[in-house]
Design a protein around this ligand. Structure first.
Ligand SMILES: OC[C@@H]1[C@@H](O)[C@H](O)[C@@H](O)c2[nH]c(CCc3ccccc3)c[n+]21
Length: 449
């Protein structure tokens, strides 16, 4: 068996997000979020599930940090619920909410685990949504005020900061397709939201620099390599458009200070304008210390003039494996993506801030969860991350999505991504076989293939 050793200082982590695990949705002064509002709206979430209780992490965080320590994690990526610390989104601070995060960080540091904080993982204060939410440019300003509050409270002990999680998902599923909170279906609004999110990212990075904090700051994007169904020109063109739609629309402003011109023209013609102010792109194009990548799948596309405004249809290749989300298992796509990012954008450092899979997990007669498919998925992706590192790509760490089963947005609790199984009837935590497997990988710092 060939041993693939990872760099000595490689960071082994796991990730979660506030709305998906915390619960206590209206406790200790927390304000309403747009996901509280969305999940309480009939018909939005499978089985009428909500994040009201979720994994009850708000009350059980000490037990959960003990489990992270048992796994030997180097780092734990989590997000802060903006309305838990600023119930109205701005102004009055909720000290009990802030205190929760200070205690969580304190428990992590005591356990020898580096906190990695995502400032925004989709749970906008509802009070700000009432003022237009991310479609309102002022929200960028309120985001920086919120970020500064957290920077000042935790900036000297937290080494890794992520401004936003997946602005593409916030923009399009949230404001064009209506599948995510706030459930808007307006493409032009989605483009303005994408821009204001990027602007808020750049402004927060500037503020982080001005505070002279010791940590590193970046952004996490869902990046999906796109492949043409055939090598005919129309399919290749469709592939380039889909790549611009998902990947370059965010990568180009952040790393080059400009939007992809061809796609911008299509949007001007078929969707309409969105407001860009004079030095916005200069602000967005702030140097970042790392790029966070959420990788799950690839897309295969073909040209179909009737399909959507791009004339691009995604296809499902035959004979491939798919996860419970219907996403193709394509580990080579992680290698291809990392090589492309290194070549085209050359980020100073890269973290895989999410990678994982939902499979049908159940507790067997022996009380264990034998999630062999998840182990195979994770191992195959780690192998490809390792190939990229050997090719010179500066991948510094890997965070599994997710530490524990949790609220999977519109799918509710029906999809399980965790290394730790959650029994929602009694909040019992059960380490799946993949958790024990990951513990040995972390301990040995190599995989065998
Ligand atoms: O779906 C699993 C996880 C979510 O639970 C996380 O909150 C979120 O950060 C997250 N993003 C993705 C990728 C979403 C995506 C799929 C396909 C195409 C574009 C984006 C998968 N996940």
């Amino acid at each position: 068996m060939h041993r693939r050793y990872f760099p000595e200082d490689f960071i082994w982590g796991a990730a979660t997000a506030s709305y998906q695990i915390e619960g206590a949705y209206n406790e200790d002064g927390k304000g309403e979020s747009i996901w509280d509002r969305f999940s309480h709206t009939p018909g939005k979430i499978l089985n009428g599930d909500t994040g009201d209780v979720a994994c009850d992490h708000y009350h059980r965080f000490r037990e959960d940090v003990k489990l992270m320590k048992e796994l030997g994690l180097d780092s734990y990526r989590f997000s802060i619920s903006w309305p838990r610390v600023l119930p109205e989104g701005k102004g009055q601070v909720n000290e009990k909410g802030l205190d929760f995060y200070k205690q969580l960080v304190d428990q992590l540091l005591k356990a020898g685990i580096d906190p990695a904080i995502t400032l925004y993982h989709w749970d906008l204060p509802q009070a700000l949504q009432e003022k237009g939410g991310w479609a309102n440019r002022d929200t960028a300003k309120y985001f920086v005020e919120y970020a500064n509050l957290i920077f000042k409270e935790l900036g000297d002990v937290v080494p890794l900061w992520i401004t936003h999680n997946e602005p593409w998902v916030v923009s399009f599923p949230g404001h064009a397709f209506g599948e995510h909170a706030p459930g808007i279906k307006n493409y032009q609004t989605a483009l303005q939201v994408a821009h204001n999110l990027l602007l808020s990212h750049g402004m927060a990075v500037q503020s982080f620099r001005q505070l002279g904090l010791p940590g590193k700051i970046g952004i996490t994007l869902n990046l999906t390599p796109v492949y043409p169904f055939s090598d005919n020109e129309a399919d290749q063109k469709a592939c380039d458009l889909q790549d611009a739609f998902i990947n370059r629309w965010f990568l180009d402003p952040i790393f080059e200070g400009s939007y992809p011109e061809e796609l911008h023209q299509i949007y001007r013609k078929k969707v309409g304008e969105f407001i860009i102010k004079n030095d916005d792109l200069e602000i967005i194009n702030q140097k970042i210390d790392f790029l966070g990548i959420n990788y799950y799948l690839r897309l295969v596309v073909k040209h179909n003039p009737d399909y959507n405004i791009f004339g691009v249809e995604t296809v499902k290749p035959e004979g491939r494996e798919y996860t419970e989300m219907g996403w193709e298992v394509y580990p080579e796509g992680l290698y291809d993506l990392l090589i492309r990012l290194h070549k085209d954008y050359a980020p100073e450092a890269l973290y895989i801030t999410e990678n994982g899979a939902a499979y049908q997990d159940q507790i067997d007669a022996d009380g264990r969860v034998h999630d062999q498919k998840r182990i195979a998925y994770l191992k195959a992706h780690l192998k490809n991350a390792h190939r990229a590192i050997e090719a010179g790509v500066p991948v510094k760490g890997y965070y599994i999505w997710s530490l524990m089963d949790n609220f999977e947005w519109a799918f509710g609790y029906s999809k399980r991504f965790g290394l730790i199984y959650i029994n929602y009837d009694n909040q019992q935590r059960i380490l799946k076989d993949s958790a024990y497997w990951y513990r040995t990988i972390i301990a040995k710092n190599y995989i065998e293939d």
